[in-house]
Write a protein that binds this ligand. Sequence first.
Ligand SMILES: NC(=O)c1ccc[n+]([C@@H]2O[C@H](COP(=O)([O-])OP(=O)(O)OC[C@H]3O[C@@H](n4cnc5c(N)ncnc54)[C@H](O)[C@@H]3O)[C@@H](O)[C@H]2O)c1
Length: 237
Amino acid sequence: MKIALIGYGKMGKEIEKIALERGHEIVSRIDVSSSDSFDDESFKSAEVAIEFTRPEAAFNNYQKCFENNVPVVSGTTGWLDKYPIVEKACKEDGKTFFYASNFSLGVNIFFEINKQLAKLMNKVKEYDVSMEEVHHTQKLDEPSGTAITLAEGIIENLERKNSWTLEEPKQDEINIKAIREGQVPGIHTIKYESPVDEIIIHHSAKSRQGFALGAVLAAEFTKGKKGLLSMKDLLNF
Ligand SMILES: NC(=O)c1ccc[n+]([C@@H]2O[C@H](COP(=O)([O-])OP(=O)(O)OC[C@H]3O[C@@H](n4cnc5c(N)ncnc54)[C@H](O)[C@@H]3O)[C@@H](O)[C@H]2O)c1
């Protein structure tokens, strides 16, 4: 498959390695200094573009892909205020967009466990829930996109929680503590605490490989499809 990489940083390079191993061809690499390459025939020949850049750059990149009718797989976090516009482009204008706040298979299993646990907790009011996420110091957004997806999974399934906060929480809020340290690729911990015990679920990424493999699998899945796609479609949980 012909792949365009948008963003040639830590994730872009890891994705390139895995895509090549899986027999794909990288026809275009676009980074901040080469953003005019969207007009090149090589970019237009891509069957899928994989976009991992920065929160403020992502939406503009999606539009460039849409203009050229190149389907997009993106993992950039921190841009979701513009999601309704992307959704409209897919639903009304026939564009193709696959988004995941986290492409790792393990994290997507963790998302499902999180929802089931939240559902169970409706029956036991003694437990309060909180979350902690740890990432490397170059990460720009906080809390992480993964932490927000986890919080949304709890809010949808646990009646006593309505929103999340990085501040001191009210009773109906989930407190998220965001820690930035070292080179950590991503750790997420959810804790339910009662007066007598704690239940903790925890996911820790050992490297960026899991995210990169998931993004390449998503690109393979996206080829030839239309509309808004997600890990739910890919993994069929
Ligand atoms: N969804 C997931 O599974 C997942 C996993 C890891 C990281 N992320 C997210 O992916 C994004 C990238 O992470 P990273 O670790 O590769 O960051 P990085 O800083 O190493 O790389 C980002 C790259 O994007 C480039 N860039 C900036 N503006 C650009 C523009 N306008 N056009 C093209 N390229 C541009 C930068 O020059 C840099 O090379 C972040 O938002 C991060 O949170 C998501």
